[in-house]
Write a protein that binds this ligand. Structure first.
Ligand code: SF4
Ligand code: SF4
Length: 111
């Protein structure tokens, strides 16, 4: 299991971190988690409705261990934040697709 966690974290490390609008969760919704990504979350919460169960009053309540899709959003030219937040340099569309393809491979490996 830890091998998979490390692989996810190697992928996370390639994604630039940026500051969001305080308390914002406007791009949050139901997101898929790889099995080992989910294992990092201390206490899974059951969802009510269709939103993400981890949206807290101040934004994401599991920010440090949020999954790949939450990290990549806002960092790719065709996945820009509607509030203009994002890193100085965005991934171009093809780089974004490559990252997503690698993530899908990890998820398949992580069953
Ligand atoms: S990326 Fe943009 S829309 Fe999403 S939480 Fe951050 S500020 Fe809000
Ligand atoms: S895990 Fe956090 S960042 Fe991702 S959708 Fe849920 S609240 Fe938003």
């Amino acid at each position: 299991m830890s091998g998979m966690v490390d692989k996810y974290h190697e992928l996370y490390d390639r994604i630039p971190v940026f500051e969001c609008k305080p308390g914002c969760a406007d791009c949050c919704g139901p997101v898929p988690f790889g099995k080992s990504e989910y294992a990092k979350i201390p206490e899974p919460v059951l969802a009510e409705g269709i939103g993400c169960p981890y949206i807290g009053d101040g934004g994401c309540s599991i920010y440090e261990v949020r999954p790949f899709l939450c990290r990549i959003y806002g960092t790719v030219e065709d996945l820009k934040c509607p509030h203009g937040c994002g890193p100085e340099k965005l991934f171009d569309v093809s780089e974004g697709k490559t990252m997503l393809a690698y993530y899908k491979i990890l998820m398949r490996e992580d069953r």
